[in-house]
Design a protein around this ligand. Structure first.
Ligand SMILES: C[S@@+](CC[C@H](N)C(=O)[O-])C[C@H]1O[C@@H](n2cnc3c(N)ncnc32)[C@H](O)[C@@H]1O
Length: 125
């Protein structure tokens, strides 16, 4: 991946996404998603299509040390940026919403209606 955008902004696409688009746009959406989802302390939560983790980080804070958050995305470059940022209680997983990589170890209860860009009609489990 290029280390500079076509319009001269330094960084890879995912880095620019996190540095520019999250503060300007996705961050406020993530806060709204958090409010709608209302994750509780101690819960396990799955953030589908987590990208660089704007919402995932808020979820981790909300569920606290007794909870756990899975951030799933099919773009390894987005996950690479997510993994570099400091946050506890998050497992970053490479994978697709169409084939969740959990099998018998799926987080339960699990919510997936909190992603600003990819919403599901109902919780997964
Ligand atoms: C616009 S970004 C949003 C990221 C994050 N939800 C946020 O609010 O910042 C869309 C993300 O969806 C991911 N994505 C698209 N289709 C997906 C799928 N089928 N399974 C998992 N992730 C997917 C992309 O890789 C990308 O990181």
């Amino acid at each position: 991946m290029s280390d500079s955008s076509d319009w001269g902004v330094p960084g890879t696409g995912p880095e620019i996404y996190e540095r520019v688009f999250v503060p300007a746009m996705l961050g406020p959406w993530a806060k709204r998603g958090l409010t709608i989802a209302g994750p509780q302390p101690g819960e396990q939560v799955l953030d589908v299509a987590c990208g660089t983790g704007a919402l995932t980080r808020l979820l981790a804070r909300a569920v606290g040390s007794g909870g756990h958050v899975f951030g799933l995305d099919l773009n390894p470059d987005m996950l690479a940026v997510a993994r570099r940022l400091p946050v506890n209680q998050v497992d970053w997983r490479d994978g697709s919403a169409g084939a969740l990589p959990f099998e018998d170890a799926a987080p339960a209860p699990c919510r997936s209606r909190m992603n600003p860009s990819m919403s599901f009609a109902a919780p997964l489990g």
